[in-house]
Design a protein around this ligand. Structure first.
Ligand code: ZN
Length: 317
């Protein structure tokens, strides 16, 4: 089993066998899943990008556990014999997330040390979807739309960077149910129930058309990718009036009372092409291959060059 998120042409990635095992167990039910060790976000992310068997040399101060415990960062159970590092040796005074650590455990797991690195705390890896197929960029509206159209089967996790740099992966919820996607969005966790969000999108499209026909300039409601707009989700009164006149109050109902996660998702969906294929760009494979994503400017230049070549071919032909 696999999902259809296609890596870039030439990428030779295959799914992580360990994550596939979790996905299959999850499909079989809670009893099958309970037989596997609990899967925390940091281990999931490590597996998605090629750290299949982390060795103690990844730790600055390796320590082998003599009794079962928990990781204070990802809150995952740790077992006797696991390699860990003391949190006193891990955090300096600049670390400002101490209140998010689990109490009464002094250990950090090797996977949390992996996702501690600058690679994971800044883009591109900090705004990404981590799943059995690898790590996929989630920075652009088209990425978010593709993830919603074709969510991977659990387990997966999604993170979205709202500042220049932040610890997101170890604080991200592991999603097991693709019908409700949870996203670690800066200091918050957004929840996006997929089906109702697409219902809201359909209503949004109807309202936009009504507005266009009536010559309205503003959008039906305030949306914002960074979720910073003070009137986020506020519906424009003219649209309420239009919908009432057209007997389509159901459209207003469909976009009323959406959660902040739904507004975030709707903001991306409304700016994406509904017919675009649900493809995401692979940043890392579970075999550890890394792919450099072209910038939007590079893509535009490439498209322009292709168009120029095509018209030249036509002239020559
Ligand atoms: Zn951990």
């Amino acid at each position: 089993m696999s999902y259809t998120h296609r890596p870039v042409p030439g990428a030779q990635g295959s799914p992580s066998p360990v994550l596939i095992e979790y996905a299959e167990a999850a499909q079989s039910g809670p009893a099958a899943l309970a037989k596997l060790p609990p899967l925390g976000p940091s281990r999931l992310a490590s597996l998605a990008c090629g750290y299949t068997n982390p060795t103690p040399d990844l730790l600055t101060y390796p320590h082998r556990l003599r009794a079962n415990s928990y990781c204070c960062m990802c809150r995952t159970p740790l077992f006797e014999g696991n390699w860990v590092q003391s949190h006193q040796k891990s955090f300096d005074a600049a670390f400002n997330l101490k209140t998010e650590l689990m109490d009464n455990t002094p250990w950090v797991c090797v996977h949390c040390i992996i996702v501690w690195s600058a690679d994971f705390t800044s883009d591109p890896l900090a705004s990404a979807l981590y799943c059995a197929d690898g790590v996929f960029g989630l920075k652009r509206n088209t990425d978010i739309a593709a993830m919603l159209k074709n969510p991977p089967k659990g387990p997966f996790l999604a993170t979205f960077l709202t500042t220049k740099q932040a610890h997101l992966v170890w604080r991200a919820p592991v999603c097991w149910d693709a019908s409700e996607i949870q996203v670690r969005f800066g200091s918050e966790v957004l929840s996006v129930p997929v089906k109702p969000t697409f219902e809201a999108l359909a209503a949004w499209r109807v309202l936009v058309q009504m507005g266009r026909d009536a010559g309205l300039k503003p959008a039906p409601a305030v949306t914002d990718a960074k979720m910073k707009a003070s009137r986020l989700g506020e519906i424009h009164p003219s649209y309420i009036q239009l919908a009432r006149e057209a007997g389509r109050e159901d459209c207003i109902t469909a976009i009323s009372g959406l959660s902040s996660g739904q507004w975030w998702a709707l903001n991306a969906l409304r700016q994406s092409d509904d017919d675009a294929p649900a493809e995401m760009f692979c940043l890392r494979t579970p075999q550890g291959q890394t792919f450099e994503r072209p910038t939007l400017a590079q893509l535009a230049a490439e498209e322009e060059a292709n168009a120029a070549n095509a018209s030249q071919d036509q002239e020559e032909g």
